[in-house]
Ligand binder design. Structure first.
Ligand code: BG6
Length: 482
């Protein structure tokens, strides 16, 4: 279904995110017929470029970052006709009149993507108002990092709130745009099967793993100030935790969903020091390419920033008291894999005797790659060998189950279309972000005060050895990263 005609201004339009995600994503939505040809995309940045120059850049970016296929490349020129550019000074007057002129047509959705450093959010917001480009229905889109602690997140929220209402602010966490993340809600709240078992009485523990094979690459300067806790746990893993643990919202609407997520974050226990493991990857010489160590990549031989983190926490409420939640994420791990695993308890009594073995149902929700949901079910081993039990997966790999008709939509393209539709369900509300920092801050202060240094781990493995110990001591183990 096509969205309404819109003007989308991308501040930071020449930047990495615009080139890798926003422009290719918009192109795919254009090809899918969802973006009306009368829509306008305006890149705005400091670089001196004209419309043609920007279209050239957009075209290159779309080709490079996977927007084009043999089937759609003939649509590229028509898409580029919707693309414009204004060289603009976020801190001065240059370019604003031109931008105002370009976006003067009324009765369209107006959206402003702040793909720039948060230090500029206030200036941009002020100028949008000064130049009469921000009305009560205009939308702004902001990216993480949304602050680096509670105080800075509060400041950012206050800066934005001075110019826009909460219903106009779209804080992106791109994990919420992933197909399986929404499927998680469909599975939980669209089936009778799972919800009655979704609590501490039946669930032994829950694991969330987001493993990456890439290192910090060229992002060392940003990453070394953030680390895995700020870069991944405070936002992406926290959002996954909320969706898996929240109470059923009364409706699938933005505030109903976000109210429930907020309650989860507020019920999270502090993380005890011995339930927290941090690591830094070592150099990898296993192939011809030289992969530097974390400290080499960030050019600081004494860096204390973690590229891997594993932790255990609890949610102190009626549903989850007593069920541990184990979270881990890291760079340069053995495989790229994001998975949520719900491990159910054993049956209270085995009627088959000890020889048959004891089994647990495991529900694994796989975000990437090979998105899908698998439920491990215990059955009898086929054959004449007596009553021996084995686990077989009930596999709902989406590509197979839904066939060729299931269209792959990247997280960003889905979220941008939601901005245009005015649907905030998959965006973080200001109080959610603050609550997430309120939980994160003391954990970070704790390790800083204790002067802890992350432990080294071998690249291509699944993190520090003590992260496995965290599980072993509880008689559990991490699901294999694959
Ligand atoms: C980003 C982080 O938000 O998410 C990156 O800043 C990380 O460090 C990325 O690599 C992971 O996203 P995805 O979609 O590739 O899992």
């Amino acid at each position: 279904i096509p969205v309404d005609p819109f003007d989308l201004v991308i501040f930071g339009g020449t930047g990495d995110l615009a080139r890798r995600k926003i422009l290719p994503g918009l192109f795919r939505r254009f090809c899918a017929g969802q973006m009306p040809p009368s829509a306008r995309i305006v890149g705005a940045a400091r670089t001196e470029l004209d419309h043609a120059g920007y279209r050239e850049m957009a075209s290159e970016a779309i080709k490079e970052f996977g927007g084009t296929t043999a089937a759609n490349s003939d649509k590229l020129n028509a898409f580029l006709d919707t693309v414009y550019y204004v060289a603009i000074d976020a801190l001065g007057d240059d370019g604003w009149e031109e931008l105002q002129e370009l976006c003067k047509e009324k009765n369209r959705v107006e959206a402003y993507y702040f793909s720039v450093t948060p230090a500029l959010f206030g200036d941009l917001a002020e100028r949008l108002h000064y130049w009469g480009m921000a009305g009560p229905d205009s939308r702004i889109v902001v990216e993480k990092p949304f602050g680096r602690n509670l105080a800075t997140a509060k400041n950012l929220n206050a800066t934005l709130a001075a110019h826009f209402d909460e219903h106009q602010i779209y804080r992106i966490d791109h994990y919420l745009g992933k197909e399986t993340v929404q499927n998680l809600m469909a599975v939980r709240f669209g089936n009778m099967l799972f919800e009655p078992l979704w609590n501490a009485q039946y669930v032994d523990h829950i694991q969330i793993t987001v493993a990456e094979t890439v290192g910090v690459g060229g992002r060392g300067e940003y990453y070394d100030k953030a680390g895995a806790m700020r870069d991944m746990v405070q936002n992406h893993l926290m959002q996954l935790l909320c969706l898996i643990a929240m109470e059923p919202p009364a409706r699938f609407d933005p505030d109903a969903v976000r109210d429930e997520k907020l309650k989860v974050i507020r019920a999270l226990d502090p993380v005890l020091p011995h339930h927290l493991m941090r690591g830094q990857y070592e150099a990898d010489h296993s192939d011809e390419k030289a992969h530097p160590s974390y400290r080499e990549a960030v050019e600081d031989p004494r860096s204390k920033t973690e590229s891997f983190i594993a932790l255990k926490t609890h949610i102190s409420n009626w549903r989850w008291a007593g069920t541990p939640f184990y979270l881990r994420t890291g760079k340069r791990m053995s495989a790229r894999s994001s998975e949520i695993t719900v491990v159910f308890k054993e049956t209270p009594h085995s009627i088959f005797g000890e020889d048959a073995g004891r089994h647990r149902n495991v529900l694994s929700i796989r975000l990437q790659p090979n998105e899908g949901i698998t439920l491990g079910v215990t059955i009898k081993e086929p054959g004449p060998g007596g009553m021996r039990l084995i686990d077989v997966p009930l596999d709902m790999t989406f590509a197979e189950a839904l066939g060729a008709d299931s269209e792959h939509v990247d997280a960003y393209e889905r979220l941008i279309m939601d901005v245009i539709r005015g649907n905030q369900t998959l965006f973080m509300r200001g109080d959610e972000v603050e609550a997430a920092w309120a939980w994160t801050d003391p954990i970070i202060h704790g390790w800083e005060e204790r002067g802890e240094v992350p432990k080294p781990y071998e690249s291509g493995t699944d993190g520090t050895t003590d992260s496995h110990e965290l599980m072993r001591r509880d008689g559990r183990k991490w699901r294999e990263v694959s």
